[in-house]
Every structure is written in structure tokens, then in C-alpha cells.
Design a protein around this ligand. Sequence first.
Ligand SMILES: CC(C)(COP(=O)(O)OP(=O)(O)OC[C@H]1O[C@@H](n2cnc3c(N)ncnc32)[C@H](O)[C@@H]1OP(=O)(O)O)[C@@H](O)C(=O)NCCC(=O)NCCS
Length: 250
Amino acid sequence: MIRNATPADLPQIRAINTHYILNTVLTFMQTPPPPGAILTKYNEIKTHGLPYFVAVDDELKYEDSSGLILGYAYLSPYRGHMLSYASTVELTLFVHPEHQSKAVGSKLLAAILKAAESGFLYHCHVYESTGSDEDQRTVFAGDNEMGVPVRNILAVMAVDPNGPDGGDALRRWYITRGFVERGRLEKIGFKNGLCMRLNQRINNRNPNPNPNPMNWHHEDWASMRFLVGAHNASGWLRSNVLLTLFLSKD
Ligand SMILES: CC(C)(COP(=O)(O)OP(=O)(O)OC[C@H]1O[C@@H](n2cnc3c(N)ncnc32)[C@H](O)[C@@H]1OP(=O)(O)O)[C@@H](O)C(=O)NCCC(=O)NCCS
């Protein structure tokens, strides 16, 4: 069942999120945020009138006896401090690691797209402050502060060299569901957790390793890739940016 998320769902959402932060490069976060930050994000999405959905199986129980959350998806502002971006929002989508490939992700994405295509999804409460320090004014996107219709959904994904088909399966997953790849950022991310694992491995071999992998030259890092690959971690990350224009007028 797909339904709106509630604050009671946030501990399970946080558990799923934590798995992907600690074990994958699919999010570039490196440390799990505290519960309060997950709640702040939830409240922000609600304030902006954007959807936050969960997929729940009530037959399966979480440790607190509530139905098990199989995945979650939401839309959030993209560069939301600038009025002109108000019609573009960013997708977040994660499926419980033990429940992948059971159509949970497809259903969550379909629910998000359906909401956007309904024509009633408005991104509200996007504003810029202007005027002098003493006399500030707030200018909202759209008329009467109701916001602007969502026209573009942006999915930003990391190509995970250890993922299915070297990360390309995820790119195809989006493309077969209506996303169009519009840009690609190379070597924009460097996930520290993976470096740390690599560093520990080198520590075992070398009593005086460079303690800060961020200082390594690119050649050094490139030469580490074999080691990294051998230990099932990844090297420099490539990030793909998939832009959907499915609600564009042109
Ligand atoms: C990618 C993801 C959203 C897909 O949702 P899902 O419920 O697992 O997959 P579905 O059952 O809806 O779709 C099945 C298809 O996805 C593919 N798939 C499943 N898991 C996948 C994964 N981790 N990466 C890429 N493709 C995957 C399957 O091969 C299958 O392909 P097919 O339709 O050609 O047979 C989900 O696996 C997930 O959350 N993965 C980890 C986090 C992630 O990558 N999130 C997106 C970050 S931008």
C-alpha cells in the first residue's frame, strides 16, 4: 500500500536511509542525520505542499509492531532559495534493502508522477527576502502565495560501479520510467566512508600511510582503484544527472 508518510514512519525511514548512507554511494551523505533532522526535512516538504509517500506492508511488522515500510519517496525543493527554480523539484527514492525488485520502487515513483501529472501539485512557500535590513519584504513564487505548478522532477543519481551493471541499471531504471538524461557531472563526489575502508586496508600494509586520502593526487587515487575494486568498494564516483521534463510545455 502506498500512502502519505506520517511522523510515526520516520524511525523506519531513518533506518532505511542509514543503510544507504553507511553502505553505498547511492547517497553522497556520509553520516546518518539525527532523528530531528529527518523530522525537519519531513516538515519542510509538507510546508512546501510536496508529496512524501511510503510503501507499507501491514502484514510484516517492524520492531515497534507497526507495518513494515518497504520504501519511501518524496519531492523536495531544488535550489529552493531562488524563486525561478520553484517549478522544479528533486526526487528522493529509496527501497528497503531487503525488499528490492518487488515493484516497490516502481509503485512509489508512479504515485509521485501521478501526483505531479494531476495538475494540482503546486510547490508553495518558495520565497526570496528583499528590501533593506531594516525593512525586509518577502516575495513568493506564484500568485497569492499558493505557489507554482510542479513542471520538472529532477532525479540525481550516483553511478555505483558496484551496483547492477556497473551502475547503469539504475540509469536505465529511470529512463524506462520516463526520465531523460540531461547532464552528467564527472568526479564531483568523493565518499569518505569508502576512502576510510581503503585507508584501513593500506594501514595494515604500511606503517606510515598518508592519513588523509583527500590529499592524495588523482594518480595516487587512480592507482588505488584496483585495491578498492578488489575489496568491493569504489573509486572516484561519477554522478549522472537525470532531468525529467515530462510536465514541460515545450
Ligand atoms: C532502484 C530502486 C528504486 C528500484 O526499485 P525496486 O523496487 O527495487 O525495483 P522495481 O521492482 O520497481 O523494478 C525492478 C527493476 O529494477 C531493477 N533493479 C532492482 N534493484 C535495482 C538496483 N538496486 N539498481 C538498479 N536497478 C535495480 C531490476 O533489475 C528490475 O529491472 P527490470 O524491470 O528490467 O526487470 C531500488 O532498488 C532502490 O531503492 N535501490 C537502492 C537505492 C537507490 O538506488 N535509489 C535511487 C537513488 S537516486
